[in-house]
Design a protein around this ligand. Structure first.
Ligand SMILES: Nc1ncnc2c1ncn2[C@@H]1O[C@H](COP(=O)(O)OP(=O)(O)O)[C@@H](O)[C@H]1O
Ligand SMILES: O=P(O)(O)OC[C@H](O)CO
Length: 503
């Protein structure tokens, strides 16, 4: 294999798009990133402009190539990884979205989700899709667009509209409108996909009145989906050979490929994913059963705990509370305080995700005194990321009976050494932090590279895999129990407040 060829990952996240070029050693050669607008049209609603996302992707692709002067013909394949669940509906002929993309965090479809729950569909939907009914997933977002955009349902029934998560939208754009497809990992986040039969579920489609012809073809995560259209990449036709939702891609990028391997990505939210192997494990404690990846005709399942607010709590300290100027300050601030974790911040800004699935609770703070400093407040906010992770990891290990030997971590907030040490302490387990921060992009690059034969097999990839930093636990069991008891009380009180203050 010539080391003069490269693979490109397009990582389209919640706040920015990135294009990253990797070489045959799995090392980053070039990278570009561009933020795009977050729209908050009403309280709790979050939207993106799908055309702006496409422009951002085009510009990071060009920038990353121009920086290194690598000509497009040297790119052996492209992988797309993406913020999941975010929903785009566009016109098949014009290619124009008929509404903004409704983002995974958005709460504008909570009523539809509540309606489904109240009508008793929770068990059947959970059984078929592995998911808990929530506005988080794409299904209610598609229904909302069809119900609220003038003429949309009619057009959808006539076959004029297409639905896609962001991977599908970018695939469509990159191939010049030739490919309308997604992969198993993304399909499994729509709440429309039967994860046992591996097909769109006719009953759920009927229930939500969503025409099947809008939905993309579902493929494996590592295969050639199509080729870039003439006008992209200066006329060079490059195979798009890997697609995976960002959290599943991170699992692959961490090479957490054995049942029981767990990773946590601390980005805007935090997403803890445990590989559970070839059989789906259905959770009875609020975890999601999801498809990790499909490769070589085999499906690998995972359990996932989704935490809605993680790094975004640090953004809130910066932009909302204005007590820091940059996220990187939080590490020293937390280390500068000798308080004993007496303060608890429960950042339920958009409700609580796994294992609580409480759409209505809102954030709260406990344990303030007249002497509380901003450093302590920052520390408590960081701690909340670790406690929420413990909620999920404990649930996972209890449900599966698998013990936790190690947690693999990545994502923006995992750079914080204070947080990683506290995480290791409170979980009483070692933490392995990937030295390459772009694990998500790396994961989909591995998937694309396998499909085009850039790497011969997983063993070759393992031989190139990067080393990690390690954090080891050093907290007494008594302290762990005391601190965690306080967190559990804080969460219960937050939920109780919501119930008592039911306006
Ligand atoms: N040193 C740090 N300590 C704590 N949080 C951080 C630090 N650096 C970045 N973050 C947080 O990480 C998040 C960005 O991580 P990233 O993985 O890029 O997220 P995403 O892919 O969701 O956009 C931001 O929410 C930011 O507040
Ligand atoms: O874009 P991220 O990294 O915040 O990830 C978002 C998740 O995929 C939402 O499920």
């Amino acid at each position: 294999m010539s080391d003069k060829q490269y693979l490109m990952a397009i990582d389209e996240g919640t706040t920015s798009a990135r294009a990253i070029l990797f070489n045959h050693d799995g090392k980053i050669v070039s990278k570009s990133q561009k933020e795009f607008t977050q729209y908050f049209p009403k309280s709790g609603w979050v939207e993106h402009d799908a055309n702006e996302i496409w422009s951002a992707v085009q510009s990071v692709i060009s920038e990353t190539l121009i920086k290194t002067e690598i000509p497009p013909y040297k790119i052996r394949g492209i992988g797309i990884t993406n913020q999941r669940e975010t929903t785009v509906v566009w016109n098949r002929i014009t290619g124009e979205p008929i509404y903004h993309a409704i983002v995974w965090q958005s709460k504008q479809t909570s009523d539809i989700a509540d309606g489904l729950k109240n009508c008793g569909y929770s068990d059947i939907i959970h059984q078929k899709t592995g998911l808990v009914i929530d506005s988080y997933f794409s299904a209610t977002k598609i229904k909302w667009i069809l119900d609220n955009v003038d003429g949309a349902r009619n057009q959808a029934e006539q076959g004029d509209l297409l639905f896609g998560t962001i991977d599908t939208w970018l695939l469509w754009k990159l191939t010049g409108g030739h490919v309308h497809a997604t992969d198993y990992s993304n399909a499994s986040r729509t709440m429309l996909f039967n994860i046992h039969e591996l097909s769109w579920d006719e009953d759920i489609l009927k229930l939500l009145d969503i025409p099947k012809q809008m939905l993309p073809k579902v493929k494996s995560s590592s295969e050639i989906y199509g080729y870039t259209a003439g006008y992209n990449f200066l006329g060079v036709q490059i195979p798009i050979a890997g697609v995976a939702g960002d959290q599943q891609a991170a699992l692959f990028g961490q090479l957490a490929l054995k049942p029981g391997n767990i990773k946590n990505t601390y980005g805007t939210g935090a997403f803890i994913v445990m590989n559970t192997g070839s059989e789906p494990t259905i959770s009875h404690c609020g975890l999601l059963t999801t498809i990790a990846y499909g490769i070589d005709g085999k499906i690998n399942y995972a359990l996932e705990g989704s935490i809605f607010v993680a790094g975004s709590a640090i953004q809130w300290l910066r932009d909302g509370m204005q007590i820091i100027k940059d996220a990187s300050e939080t590490e020293n601030m937390a280390e500068a305080t000798d308080n004993n974790h007496d303060i608890y911040v429960v950042p339920a800004f958009t409700g609580l995700g796994a294992p609580y699935w409480d759409q209505e609770s809102r954030g709260s703070v406990f344990g303030l005194t007249r002497g509380t400093s901003k450093e302590e407040f920052v520390k408590a906010t960081l701690d909340s990321l670790a406690y929420q992770t413990k909620d999920v990891v404990d649930t996972m290990t209890n449900e599966t009976g698998l013990s936790l030997n190690q947690l693999k971590v990545d994502g923006g907030a995992a750079k914080n050494n204070y947080l990683m040490q506290f995480q290791s302490d409170i979980l009483n387990t070692s933490i392995e932090r990937s030295k390459i921060s772009e694990t998500t992009a790396l994961g989909v690059t591995y998937l694309a590279g396998l499909a085009v034969g850039y790497w011969s097999d997983i063993d070759e990839i393992k031989s190139k895999h990067n080393s990690s930093d390690c954090f080891n636990p050093s907290m007494s069991e008594q302290k762990i129990n005391n601190y965690y008891k306080g967190w559990q009380a804080a969460v219960k009180s937050t939920q109780l407040f919501r119930k008592l203050n039911n306006k």
